[in-house]
Ligand binder design. Structure first.
Ligand SMILES: [Zn+2]
Length: 245
């Protein structure tokens, strides 16, 4: 735990205080409301993501276009080979990439595909925008991916964006419910074994704070590794965390 906190420049007290100040989403729109969206296949979803994100984050328009060009995506309809979505970086042609990010994503024709691909696009953008900077620690990377997925949903047409947003808020409720309780327990349990799930609760809350219009330049700096996670925590206004939705 101490090592994980140290990598992010946080103390247990800061982490716990930020977690306690973060309100889980309380208004969860129904997963199926109004017109059911037509879910495009994986390549068609991926093709929409750069414009959707560039419209929301114009200060990184060039990096977003470069990410679209440099990223190789392996779609896995039915999820038969790859049970979880992930983004690998600096993958050479011998490994199936083109020297940049390689996104591997199971797809099943549901709205989950939209959220998963938007999240992985965020990871890929973070890597491309950060350039030669050292790889950021895991919670920092998850902040970037959560923020990008939320911004991308804003830029997608309805009813697709509404359906994906309803799913996103459910994920947030889970991260800030059971996930947050587990992390708070681990913060006070000496020797608690590292769990990648520790990265999600606070990352979700920080991402939600960073997608507010006034915070977008700070988000762009984090994506490009021009600021650390601790720097973001210091720069956010005191009322940034306790918000709903
Ligand atoms: Zn992620």
């Amino acid at each position: 735990m101490a090592q994980w906190l140290g990598r992010h420049g946080l103390t247990a007290g800061t982490c716990a205080a930020l977690l306690r100040a973060t309100v889980p989403p309380t208004v969860l729109p129904p997963l199926r409301a109004g017109n059911a969206p037509v879910i495009p296949d994986g390549p068609a979803i991926w093709a929409c993501l750069p414009d959707a994100l560039a419209g929301q984050l114009p200060m990184l328009r060039a990096e977003i276009a470069r990410t679209a060009r440099q990223t190789t995506v392996v779609f896995d309809p039915g999820g038969t080979r790859h049970p979880v979505a992930l983004t690998l970086v600096d993958v050479p042609p011998a490994g199936g990439g083109q020297g940049g990010p390689l996104v591997v994503c199971p797809t099943d024709g549901t709205v989950t595909d939209v959220l998963a691909l938007a999240h992985e696009f965020g990871h890929a953008l973070n890597h491309v925008a950060a350039g030669a900077q050292p790889i950021q620690p895991p919670m920092t990377r998850e902040v970037c991916a959560f923020a990008c997925e939320a911004l991308i949903l804003r830029g997608l047409p309805t009813p697709l964006s509404d359906a994906a947003q309803a799913l996103r808020l459910r994920h947030g409720a889970r991260y800030l419910g059971a996930g947050r309780r587990r992390l708070l327990t681990a913060l006070t349990t000496p020797g608690a074994p590292y769990d990648y799930g520790w990265n999600y609760p606070l990352a979700w809350g920080l991402a939600r704070a960073l997608i507010r219009p006034a915070a977008l330049p700070l988000l762009a700096d984090l994506l490009a590794a021009r600021v650390t996670l601790a720097g973001v925590v210091d720069a956010l206004p005191p009322d940034a965390m306790p918000q709903d939705g």
